[in-house]
Write a protein that binds this ligand. Structure first.
Ligand code: GLU
Length: 422
């Protein structure tokens, strides 16, 4: 059934998500009767976000918060600030959160939010005003037991601190559990910043082991050198991998010998991107996809691996640090070429897993050590991947369809047990 309020194109994120659900229905048995539940968000809120700019003029931004599913628990998922954000994109991202949270068995539904804005064009004060007004507007549907936002593209601990403060001021009590990914002294969790990258590494290491790929000396290419890409690159580097190519919105760079991350990461922090890094050569953006590598980590935005790029890719393993980086047709090309894809909905689930730890710590006001967090994170990721791998082997399906099978079974079982109201 198509929804009247959006108009997805063939490769748009929502269309991609729907096709992923369609693929899993044959494996759901009688639960398939509830599958339509997955094809529509439970609730979608569009808000106007007007703010006064520093020059005294007024600007309006489009804001969204979509709760795709609240069946297994409160909504959970990040908030992104990006000029390309649309309702349809946020719907897809919220749906992928439902799948991701169920795949690692966190007691959450799925949600996502966003503002259609280029935050780089705002001053810090403007960014704060926009964040606070947006939080106030979506305040009617978020809360520690309703829906818990977190960082995503172009949002960080500071944004979460403003969100937490705004929500707390509006409700009259300090509610640390309303967002995760907060700074440490505001109820944040150790290990949260690097958790997504760590999850990418842990699932990647397990997948590499299973296909007999030695990480020591493995050639790694990373697209997106933000929080996720740089943390994952660091861990692969520590395991003996060579980061041979990197790409972000500033450009693409290559060094066949492997880049020195102790120099590249500070360079990115200081200049805002990989371009101009002295320890590598600049390269053409499109040629990035032709680089000879063992592991490709797309850790930027959706639809980066197109069918054409999938045909050219040299990697044996694709680790989806981003949400939705592989287009629909590209997914089939990669499967045909026997390139293993660890899909976003498990590969990048480390972030939300430590968000869950943060939320639990906030409620108990008892905080864990970084070691405790990492040990628990690794255990959850390895256990979840094993179940997915076994499911893929059992049905001879891709890891993506297997992840959807595991997750959708959990969501729809809960759906069935709760029953229809009224
Ligand atoms: N934005 C992250 C994601 O896409 C984390 C969400 C969260 O921690 O709630 O998984």
């Amino acid at each position: 059934m198509t929804l009247s309020y959006i108009n997805p194109t063939s490769d748009s994120p929502w269309a991609t998500y729907i096709s992923q659900v369609d693929r899993v229905i044959p494996y759901l048995g009688t639960l398939g009767r509830w599958a339509e539940t997955l094809k529509r968000p439970k609730r979608a809120l569009i808000v106007d976000v007007p703010i006064e700019l520093d020059d005294g003029s007024v600007r309006h931004f489009e804001g969204f918060r979509v709760q795709h599913s609240l069946t297994r628990g409160p909504g959970k998922g990040g908030v992104r600030f990006h000029p390309d954000v649309t309702l349809e994109e946020v719907m897809a991202l919220s749906a992928w959160m439902s799948i991701k949270n169920a795949a690692v068995n966190l007691p959450y539904g799925g949600a996502k939010g966003g503002i259609r804005v280029d935050p780089k064009l705002l001053s810090r004060k403007e960014l704060e005003r926009m964040t606070r007004r947006y939080t106030s507007e979506i305040g009617i549907i978020i809360g520690p037991h309703q829906d818990i936002p977190a960082p995503d593209v172009n949002t960080d601990g500071q944004i979460m601190a403003w969100m937490m403060d705004t929500y707390s001021m509006n409700t009259g009590s300090t509610a640390t559990g309303v967002v995760t990914g907060k700074p440490i002294h505001l109820g944040g969790s150790l290990g949260r910043v690097k958790a997504t990258g760590r999850g990418v590494f842990v699932t990647g290491r397990e997948a590499a082991r299973r296909i007999g790929l030695d990480l020591n000396g493995a050639r790694v290419a990373v697209q997106g050198f933000g929080n996720v890409g740089s943390s994952a690159a660091e861990l692969f580097g520590q395991a003996g991998g060579l980061i041979v190519a990197a790409q972000d919105h500033t450009g693409s760079i290559i060094n066949e010998q492997g880049m020195d991350l102790s120099l590249l990461i500070p360079h990115v922090r200081a200049t805002g991107g990989v371009a101009g890094f002295k320890g590598a050569e600049p390269m053409d953006n499109e040629a990035f996809w032709d680089v000879r590598c063992d592991i490709m980590i797309p850790a930027a935005l959706e639809n980066q691996i197109t069918a054409d790029r999938a045909r050219r890719l040299k990697a044996r393993l694709v680790l989806e640090g981003a949400n939705g980086p592989t287009g629909r047709a590209a997914d089939d090309v990669l499967a045909d070429r026997n390139i293993l894809v660890v899909p976003d909905v498990i590969c990048n689930a480390g972030g939300v897993t430590v968000s869950y730890f943060e939320w639990v710590q906030d409620f108990s006001s008892f905080f864990w050590t970084e070691d405790e967090i990492n040990v628990r994170l690794d255990k959850i990721m390895i256990g979840a991947l094993k179940k997915i791998w076994d499911t893929a082997d059992q049905h001879k399906i891709t890891l993506r369809t297997a992840t959807f099978a595991v997750a959708c079974e959990r969501i729809l079982t809960a759906r069935q047990e709760r029953g229809l109201y009224p």
